[in-house]
Design a protein around this ligand. Structure first.
Ligand SMILES: [Zn+2]
Length: 340
């Protein structure tokens, strides 16, 4: 098969790779229907996370089960499935508590490389969720979004304790931030403030349920959120970037007693302990336990209650994956969908 490898900064190659095989009896092999480029793939792509050897890329995927190992009970060949970017057994105490991304046996899908024609998924029964039947083509982008960005934005909104009557602010206008807006809307938030200075992303945020747009950043952004909330700050703030500036913007935009859900992967972060002490906010975040939300998200998508697939504003044949990285790196695209 052919798959995507990163050789170094801005050096993405689509090349011949070994066909994935069943290695453990709990594995499944998928024929990939769609994959995509993640904002987090841009960290190694830009050289911020150094690459020491050619590395398979991609951790978001939907596809059709081709083959399963001898111990796989629930997932069957022929099913269309959505999986999270962490494989999990879904049975250990951590999974049972809803934190499948930190399963005692968690395995990163990124190590397999989902930007490829085929994919081995470990712990198939615990990781994959089938759709009711083969989906119509127009639902595939939304189902793919559930694999990461929707599930991650959803967790951000849950971690920020979004709910009816709440004022929610979202820091970050990438696909995850936009999906957090959608999630806050679904969870009944009264007011949703999207922080974005990019016109196309503002339009999508409004479509997903944002009631206000704030274009200012840093201290000015915080001042604007306070101005919109009687000087108090938002009840719930989702941080979906991962820089020190965005995290401080999130913490300082939250009212005392409020909640910050942080889902951006931290880079170059040095938080001041006294800033945290005086913030008096709840902090909850990390790698999203997407598996927990997949049944609910698939149901919402299947019944066309939400359309998160709109975050994909570029679709490319998989062999043009390098252009997908370039378009996202240059912020010409919010998110690139790849079809084998
Ligand atoms: Zn587990």
């Amino acid at each position: 098969m052919k798959g995507t490898m990163l050789y170094g900064p801005r050096d993405v190659r689509f090349e011949e790779r070994p066909d994935p095989k069943i290695l453990e009896p709990t594995d499944a092999i998928l024929r990939i229907s769609a994959a995509c480029v993640c904002g987090s793939d841009l960290w190694p792509y830009r050289g911020v996370d150094p690459i020491t050897e050619p590395t398979p890329m991609g951790h978001e995927y939907v596809g059709i089960v081709e083959e399963v190992g001898s111990e796989v009970k629930n997932i069957k060949p022929g099913q269309f499935v959505v999986g999270s970017f962490w494989a999990s057994d879904n049975t250990c105490p951590i999974c049972q508590a809803g934190y499948q991304s930190r399963c005692v046996d968690a395995r990163p899908i990124g190590a397999e490389g989902a930007q490829a024609g085929w994919l081995r998924v470990p712990l198939a029964d615990g990781t994959l969720v089938p759709t009711p039947e083969l989906p119509p083509d127009d639902l595939i982008p939304s189902l793919l979004s559930a694999s990461d960005v929707l599930g991650t934005g959803w967790f951000g909104a849950v971690a920020a304790a979004t709910g009816p009557g709440k004022t929610v602010a979202v820091v970050g206008d990438g696909a995850v931030g936009l999906c957090a807006v959608l999630a806050a809307k679904q969870m009944g938030a009264e007011r949703i403030i999207a922080m974005s200075r990019h016109e196309g992303r503002q339009t999508l945020a409004l479509e997903f349920g944002a009631t206000d747009i704030v274009t200012e950043r840093g201290d000015e952004g915080v001042a604007k959120i306070k101005e919109l909330t009687d000087g108090l700050g938002a009840h719930s703030v989702v941080e979906a970037v991962g820089t020190e500036e965005s995290m401080m913007q999130a913490i300082q935009s939250t009212r005392p007693g409020g909640h910050v859900g942080f889902v951006g992967v931290f880079h170059g972060m040095h938080l001041d302990a006294m800033d945290l002490f005086w913030s008096t906010v709840h902090l909850h975040g990390g790698p999203a336990p997407v598996r927990q939300y997949l049944p609910e998200l698939i149901d919402l998508i299947w019944n066309r209650k939400i359309n998160p697939g709109k975050v994909f504003d570029l679709t490319l044949p998989l062999e043009q994956v390098a252009e997908g990285y370039r378009a996202m790196d240059e912020r010409r695209a919010i998110k690139a969908l790849l079809r084998p």
